[in-house]
Design a protein. Sequence first.
Length: 572
Amino acid sequence: MRRNTLLIDAVIIMLGALLFIPGLGGVRLFDWDEINFAESAREMVLTGDWFNVQINFESFWEKPPLFIWMQALSMKVLGVGEFAARFPNALMGIITLLALFHIGKRTEDTRFGILWAGLYAISFLPFFYFKSGIIDPWFNFFIFLGIYFFSRYTDPGAEALRMRHAALSGLFTGLAILTKGPVAFLIFALTFLFWLAARKFRLDFRWKDVAVYFAALALAGGAWFIALAASGHGEVIRDFIDYQIRLFETKDAGHGGFLLYHFVILLFGVTPASFFALSAFRKMPDQVGHDGSASLPAATGNLFSWMMVSLWVVLILFTIVRTKIVHYSSFCYFPITFLGAWAAARMIDGKIRFRVWQSVLLIGTSTFFGLGLTALTLFDRFKDKIAPMVHDPFAVSCMEASSEWKGFEPFVGLLLIAATVWFCISFRRRRKPGSFIVLAAGNLVFAMTVIICAVPEVEKYSQASAVDFYIERQGEECYVQPAYFKSYAQYFYTLRQPENRCDDFEWLSRGPVDKPCYFVVKDIPEKVEQLRADVPDAEFLYRRSGFRFFVRPQPAQPEAAQQDDGEKGEVE
């Protein structure tokens, strides 16, 4: 048995490496969420200051340092670049699949562990997140482990290990706080409260376990904040808290959305797992009841309750929050794939039916994605007809870029559709586990093609011309300033040095600059005219797919002043 488990572990590690590592450096980091963390890591490596998180060599209070430390360490070993910035998440992808297999195996059996890890790997958004440089894969994993080990604490059959489980729950929740902030504890606490309410507030606990939990939580999650305060950086903590509150109260970060935003994102973004998980909701009243979910094995029923409650807590919480960003609800990938694996296992055993409407949803979504990839490859042929219907001048200008496709991408879209149709027909007839291999192959080939072939082409229409301009400024003594839009790309891709960090737009536009100052402005007529008015001596360089580029030259020194400087130099 142990030999079989080790073999499965080895297969997961190899498959995870093949899935998550190739293509990490194949496309530039995207503004904002990939670049800002990578830039903080780059500045850590450059300055040697691993204690303070910085952007543009000034305190950055939006995030704690744990994930940025990982990126900085990766850059120390692999060099500064996209691959190093994304490598920690690829590593987390492998760790996550291993953890889900072992937790699933312990909770139910080996088959369930494989189904859970497999559904997580082949679902679209979870797969894409492991190929990214954003903070959430680590954050979500730590929250998940915090909830999982607390579920072990509440497991009636684990009394002998309760203190250990309490400590591990506090430790991982604390690490989540150190990764992204106190919302980690909020998610854990709300999940616990609603789970407790469903049990009519009956829980057997020991006060020493509570003390151990909070000691581990404070040690892992609070030590850095305490050190900040002790070193005289209390204002960073205040700014950090203000930022967290602002996210809840306003549409910060430039993102709003409709009420059911996260429901739609999760339903269609975590396919195919989400469509299997829908079958589990019919069981919810039994599973979350106070009776211990006797219809399931004890361990499965207990974790089922926690996963179901955590899913609803996060969904409702971030539905209330006015800022709507895809990764805010990304923790839900864990409960959705758990519920999907739970339902799939029972479909294989004939205890739950794989419904016609689930087949329709699965085939319809795969068709949408498959044809969407085909449409992308044909965009250049039809963009001249589309452009007159677009009223955003920046979008029209971005459409002037051109893409270079390999030619096989439409067939990959068709492969996804064919694999999904075959799975739905085969699985409804025979309920064989092997049917999932075909579904997995179709999804993974499609997802890899999107990452390696499609995303670099899409990037050409969004930010490529600006990033190319920044890269050309590397090593040049100059200032680079985006005008009238927020960006982090100019820091990372110019490899900005401390001496070029000035971001004072008023001084850069009209002050006595000591080196050339470049301005990047979106190709919107009003913004271009505004720049010409704000920077009268700016010289137009060129215009390219979405952006215009200007330079304000360094004012020439008067000849007499140059001569005086020369004479002073001779005297010295």
